[in-house]
Design a protein around this ligand. Structure first.
Ligand code: ADP
Ligand code: MG
Length: 362
């Protein structure tokens, strides 16, 4: 069994979309997949139309009452895919468990005690947009993480914090934890900015970046309103193709690139890029001001503004174990990617203060 936490403390980056559609892609290949909704907003449960009727049907029951996992597992409309849904009471878990010893271990313990009929090949955890007790449980229970991120300006902001927390969990609680991949999502292949951001992400994460970035595709955004995955909504669309590719990549399957299609895609990008350059010019004419096109230009515009923002007080020493960088697989991860993470506008991460608590050190 492989347990994958789909994690990023930012909201709206594609975690839930990835959990549902990667899960469905794996299930279509015959693997038995369990999705667990770890987000009190219950987006995953909504997406596949499995809203719990009461708390006793939700993962909240497992975390607060230490209820066993097996009775919480529900079937979904997708063959080979099951779910443990979440309800809004899951939000209370952070506070209720604040002083509980071993609160980060609850999910892992539930996996160890699992005695249900179905033997899962994959468990995918849809994490909330925060780094508290719920995310800690996911990181402790997982073997791997997939980090979806939007292919947009400033998307690397906060990444240092996330890799630091992953490293902390790896060092103290879950030595086998690996980053399976960093997954650019909502990639707009028509814009030059998107291509530049993708390059920047690749320059920071190297081979950890998935070969299957998920392109922006309106069908992926529509599917939740039909309560289904992309494969029931539109199996032929780019979104379905991208998540199938990601599943193949995670399974280590040989990936056959359709070279003709690649070439076509490239042509399309060229054309649309030219079009969008025209668009930019048109808009600039209308508004009578220059719109920055490249990252360098945007940064140049932002710099004077950044100088005006007050410097935050120096942070207490939370340096990762090996100083300047974090090593995952053979890749050196920069702790402080520049220029995407200007310190002056780094927002504080809502890391649960108890997360570094004494018993975790023990
Ligand atoms: N590749 C994509 N193309 C277009 N829309 C997307 C894509 N991925 C996600 N979305 C939409 O973006 C929004 C945020 O995605 P979601 O998966 O809910 O993010 P998160 O779980 O990280 O908050 C949702 O409305 C979703 O439907
Ligand atoms: Mg979500």
């Amino acid at each position: 069994m492989r347990c994958i936490a789909v994690i990023n403390q930012k909201g709206g980056v594609g975690k839930t979309t990835t959990t549902v559609n990667l899960g469905a892609a794996l299930a279509r290949k015959g693997h038995k997949v369990l999705l667990i909704d770890m987000d009190p907003q219950s987006s995953l449960s909504l997406h596949i139309d499995r809203i719990p009727q009461n708390e006793s049907e939700s993962v909240t029951h497992l975390l607060l009452e230490e209820a066993p996992l097996a009775p919480l597992v529900q079937t979904t409309a997708v063959e080979n895919m099951w779910v443990v849904p979440a309800d809004s009471a899951l939000g209370g878990v952070e506070q209720v468990l604040a002083n509980k010893l071993g609160r980060e271990m609850l999910l892992r313990e539930a996996f160890e005690k699992y005695d249900g009929e179905v033997e899962f090949d994959f468990i995918l955890l849809d994490c909330p947009p925060s780094l508290g007790v719920l995310s800690a449980n996911a990181l402790v229970a997982a073997d791997e993480v997939v980090i979806p991120m939007r292919a947009e300006y400033l998307s690397l902001q906060g990444m240092a914090k996330l890799t630091e927390v992953i490293e902390l969990v790896r060092a103290r609680l879950n030595p086998e934890l690996k980053i399976a991949c960093v997954l650019p999502c909502m990639l707009d292949v028509r814009t030059r900015l998107s291509a530049e951001v993708l390059e920047e992400i690749e320059s920071h994460f190297g081979t950890l970046v998935s070969q299957f970035p998920i392109r922006a595709n309106v069908k992926l955004a529509e599917a939740p309103s039909f309560g289904c995955t992309i494969f029931e909504h539109d199996p032929e669309c780019n979104g379905a193709e991208d998540y199938e590719g990601l599943a193949a990549e995670l399974l280590g399957e040989e990936i056959e690139w359709d070279e003709d299609e690649e070439a076509e895609d490239a042509d399309e990008v060229e054309e649309t890029e030219l079009e969008s350059e025209d668009d930019v010019e048109d808009e600039a004419d209308e508004e009578d001001e220059e719109i920055p096109e490249t990252l360098d230009e945007i940064l140049a515009e932002l710099e004077p503004l950044l100088d005006e923002v007050e410097q935050p007080p120096p942070q207490p020493a939370t340096e990762p174990v090996n100083g300047e960088s974090i090593v995952f697989r053979d890749v050196q991860l920069p702790v402080d990617p520049e220029p995407f993470r200007p310190k002056t506008i780094e927002t504080p991460v809502d890391l649960d203060p108890h997360f570094h608590s004494a018993e975790m050190e023990a």
